[in-house]
Design a protein around this ligand. Structure first.
Ligand SMILES: NC(=O)C1=CN([C@@H]2O[C@H](COP(=O)(O)OP(=O)(O)OC[C@H]3O[C@@H](n4cnc5c(N)ncnc54)[C@H](OP(=O)(O)O)[C@@H]3O)[C@@H](O)[C@H]2O)C=CC1
Ligand SMILES: CC(=O)N[C@@H](CCC(=O)OP(=O)(O)O)C(=O)O
Length: 342
């Protein structure tokens, strides 16, 4: 059994990791941290886990985490990088659900995240954990940068078009919408039900930190310097991301459904829905990205719809998929639950 620790177990992604890992047949959960809830039984804070877990939250402590084979960081940006070098030295492997190791250029990281990087020497080694793009490197990795939620939906949606060279990379639009759990569990006035309910708005229109992550992906995996307009929106729902993507075809003769089917033929967690309109409800609670591609009026604009659950394929589920690959387990182990309806 893999001995696993979670740093940041009281947040939404930490709770989702718990939900998945407690049912995972290859894992024993050794440590789960929270500074605010240290000493409290996990099941007291999360009654849905009563009878499933007898651990208490503890203060983060590298000496204790050092007994794990793997530690997940489900913490705010800038937290994992303070502990990762020491944990790696102790022989622990790490998956960071935050952005600390996602961008390869430390200057770019500092520009978007507003603090200097603590261990830029590890950025080269860190593997970007999007298995559909990077599976072989993930297998041997000590340190995984788990992708952002929007970058997962947008990158998987655009990739076949760009890798296939059938669209103009200088004109890409990603119009993405997220439920409020994407912003985490901390109390924020703008996320109150009375602020978000029965309303809908864009945010960070002049620039969002996921734009450089997505363009880095498209450069690395599709070999193109993309010019992307990325606009996130906040939807009055709890879970889910829907990304509607637009690109201009340079090869009008291409069979789009065939292109996507060929690229994702062996991908267990990608479901193509030709002619469909995938909804976030169809992936709620599931480690799945569901994609449809269309060409309105048979013109030269391609529209891709890509949906994920931000907490599962956009965070904790993808992290467990990476864990399975890193430790030679079956990639889908513990991740077979289907979406909740309604
Ligand atoms: N929510 C989402 O959909 C997604 C989130 N992510 C990323 O995953 C990470 C976690 O997100 P989320 O679960 O939403 O966040 P939350 O704000 O819901 O939870 C954060 C957790 O981290 C702990 N924490 C905060 N500061 C520190 C610290 N300095 N040291 C140790 N622990 C700390 C908190 O507990 P305590 O303060 O008690 O220690 C809490 O358990 C973030 O970086 C986020 O950007 C990535 C993809 C999707
Ligand atoms: C709805 C909402 O607020 N979403 C968050 C992004 C989600 C997230 O957790 O950011 P990382 O994936 O980089 O960790 C935001 O836009 O800041």
């Amino acid at each position: 059994m893999l001995r696993v620790g979670i740093v940041g177990g009281t947040g939404y992604t930490g709770a989702e990791l718990l939900r998945i890992l407690l049912r995972h047949p290859g894992v024993s959960l050794n440590v789960i941290t929270s500074r605010g809830e240290a000493g409290q039984p996990v099941a007291d804070l999360f009654p849905h886990l009563r009878g499933q877990v007898d651990l208490c939250f503890s203060e983060p402590d590298n000496a204790v985490l050092g007994d794990c084979d793997l530690v997940f960081f489900a913490t705010p940006n800038g937290t994992a990088m303070q502990s990762v070098p020491d944990l790696l030295d102790r022989g622990v492997r790490v998956i960071d659900l935050a952005a600390d190791f996602r961008l390869k250029d430390p200057a770019l990281w500092e520009r978007w995240y507003g603090i200097p990087h603590q261990c830029p020497d590890l950025l080269e080694e860190a593997v970007y954990g999007l298995p559909e793009l990077n599976r072989e490197s993930i297998r041997g990795a000590r340190l995984i940068a788990n992708p952002g939620c929007y970058p997962t939906a947008v990158t998987l949606g655009f990739l076949p078009l760009l890798a296939g060279g059938v669209v103009d990379p200088s004109w890409l639009i990603a119009d993405a919408k997220s439920g409020v759990s994407g912003a985490g569990r901390k109390a924020t006035t703008g996320l109150l039900m009375a602020e978000v309910g029965e309303s809908f708005k864009a945010y960070s229109v002049t620039g969002h930190r996921h734009e450089p992550e997505i363009t880095q992906n498209l450069a690395q995996f599709a070999g193109v310097r993309a010019n992307l307009t990325f606009v996130p929106h906040l939807l009055p729902m709890i879970r889910g991301i829907e990304a509607t993507l637009y690109a201009r075809l340079t090869d009008p003769g291409v069979d789009l459904d065939r292109l996507y089917a060929d690229r994702y033929a062996d991908e267990h967690f990608i479901d193509l829905m030709p002619g469909g309109h995938p909804d976030t409800r169809s992936v709620r609670g599931a480690n799945q990205c569901r994609i449809a591609v269309a060409r309105p009026g048979s013109g030269d604009i391609v529209v891709v719809q890509s949906v994920i659950d931000n907490l599962v394929k956009g965070a904790a589920g993808q992290a467990v998929q990476n864990m399975n690959l890193m430790f030679g387990l079956q990639e889908s182990m513990g991740l077979e639950s289907v979406a909740l309806l309604p």
